[in-house]
Design a protein around this ligand. Structure first.
Ligand code: LLP
Length: 416
């Protein structure tokens, strides 16, 4: 359920017509619905009401500070993967004691940054990281709260680039080494064990791999607790999928029910790190048609957004629906929707049925709220898009479109 829909043939976000945003802010522009984000957060949170829990929104999905503040106000904690993401949270005024820090390559500087700000826990992904974190924390006279991210070796049945819980994946501590790693953690002076953690992949559309991972993690946590480790957090990661086209991912209620049933009475708090399911269908990329052109083989619609703005189709072959901002009479032509970037991989849709369009028409790339702007770049020296947050009948520009000056910010000409 989201708040993008047609009224009298025009596409609106909540109580604002997208055409008005395009006229006032220009295109390409990301448009987010605060009502949708709020709803998705609450659905997830309410589903878990029967168990002690904390949601740690995964910042990488969409890290605009306005969205971070909205979620912080709703009570969210956060999952970060860099000091930069912690900085964004700090600027947004989010409580940093609700942050968990994941990632296979944390630097000593990032560890210090996080320790100084008193985050909730580090999700440590290797024995080598454990050693470094212990020495960094000890040197600061601190003890770092740690969950070990363990790789439960289950197949999440998703795109290979976003599957993370397989034996072959770079993430987490290999399952057979988990207990030895906990023993090492307990022996280190700068480490305080607080939990266990896993994350098996993203855009998961069935319950089975989640529940396999829960069973394995619960078994591990129970054994560790029996051996005297103070395991308080059972962090199950993120990964719940959304509908881009016709996928039917489990509802958060079904996921939560199955997990609560399995973990009832376990004495641990459940932590989740959802990203996509909170923001994915809460955002669109609004764009304008520049040209139409036909070759013998194809008919192209060339738009003013490109793979640098939204890379999921180019990188994963991902499907995103494309809706006309002014609804058509239902007739369709088969087209490729492409951007201006100099790569054949720069497309949003291939051989897609779309209402006939002319130059200046507006289109919306749907389900673009997660991994859209956050993966965007300046490739081809294209300024990054503006971002807008809608609340009811008003909207705010929550990030300006980049300027030409922004494109060269920090660059320098050496003396000749
Ligand atoms: N926790 C950890 C440790 C993660 O690595 C991720 C995502 C999440 C939580 C959030 O997963 P989510 O609930 O959003 O599925 N760029 C890709 C997705 C990469 C996901 C990386 N990790 C895409 O556009 O599909």
């Amino acid at each position: 359920m989201n708040h993008f829909g047609y009224r009298d043939g025009e596409l609106w976000c909540e109580d604002v017509p997208l055409a008005r945003i395009a006229a006032e802010v220009g295109t390409p522009t990301y448009v987010y619905s605060s009502a949708t984000i709020t709803r998705h957060y609450r659905v997830f949170d309410d589903a878990l009401a029967g168990a002690p829990h904390q949601i740690h929104y995964s910042v990488k999905a969409n890290s605009n500070i306005a969205i971070l503040r909205l979620l912080a106000d709703l009570g969210a904690g956060f999952d970060v993967v860099s000091a930069g993401e912690i900085h964004r949270l700090e600027v947004a005024g989010a409580p940093l004691d609700r942050v968990v820090f994941s990632g296979v390559g944390k630097t000593a500087a990032e560890m210090r940054y996080a320790l100084e700000r008193g985050i909730h826990a580090f999700n440590v992904e290797s024995e080598a990281e454990l050693e470094l974190l212990s020495s960094v924390a000890s040197a600061m006279g601190l003890c770092a709260p740690v969950s070990l991210r363990v790789n439960p070796d289950v197949d999440p049945q998703t795109h290979p680039y976003i599957a993370t819980g397989l034996r072959e994946s770079k993430f987490g501590i290999p399952w057979p080494r988990a207990e030895a790693a906990y023993a090492r953690a307990a022996a280190l002076p700068g480490i305080r064990v607080v939990g266990v953690d896993c994350h098996i992949g993203s855009q998961l559309t069935s319950l089975a791999p989640f529940l396999d991972a829960v069973d394995r993690m619960l078994e591990l946590a129970t054994r560790l607790r029996a051996s005297g480790f103070p395991i308080e957090d059972l962090d199950l990661g993120g990964g719940l999928g959304i509908t881009y086209r016709d996928e039917a991912p489990p509802h958060p209620d079904d996921l939560a029910r199955a997990i609560i049933e399995r973990t009832r009475g376990c004495g641990m708090k459940l932590l989740f790190e959802p990203g996509r399911v909170i923001v994915g269908n809460a955002g669109v990329l609004l764009m304008s048609v520049l040209y139409e052109k036909a070759s013998e083989a194809r008919r192209f619609v060339i738009v003013d957004a490109a793979m640098n703005d939204a890379i999921r189709p180019a990188l994963y072959g991902a499907y995103h629906a494309i809706w006309p901002v002014s609804a058509s009479d239902g007739s369709e032509v088969i087209v490729d929707v492409v951007g201006p970037v100099c790569e054949s991989g720069d497309f949003f849709a291939k051989q897609r049925g779309l209402a006939p369009v002319v130059s200046g028409d507006l289109l919306a790339l749907m389900s673009a709220g997660a991994y859209g702007f956050s993966m965007s770049s300046n490739y081809n020296a294209r300024p990054r898009a503006a971002e807008v947050l809608v609340r009811g009948d008003r909207y705010d520009v929550v990030r300006d479109r980049e300027s030409m000056a922004d494109l060269v910010r920090g660059e320098r000409l050496p003396a000749r």
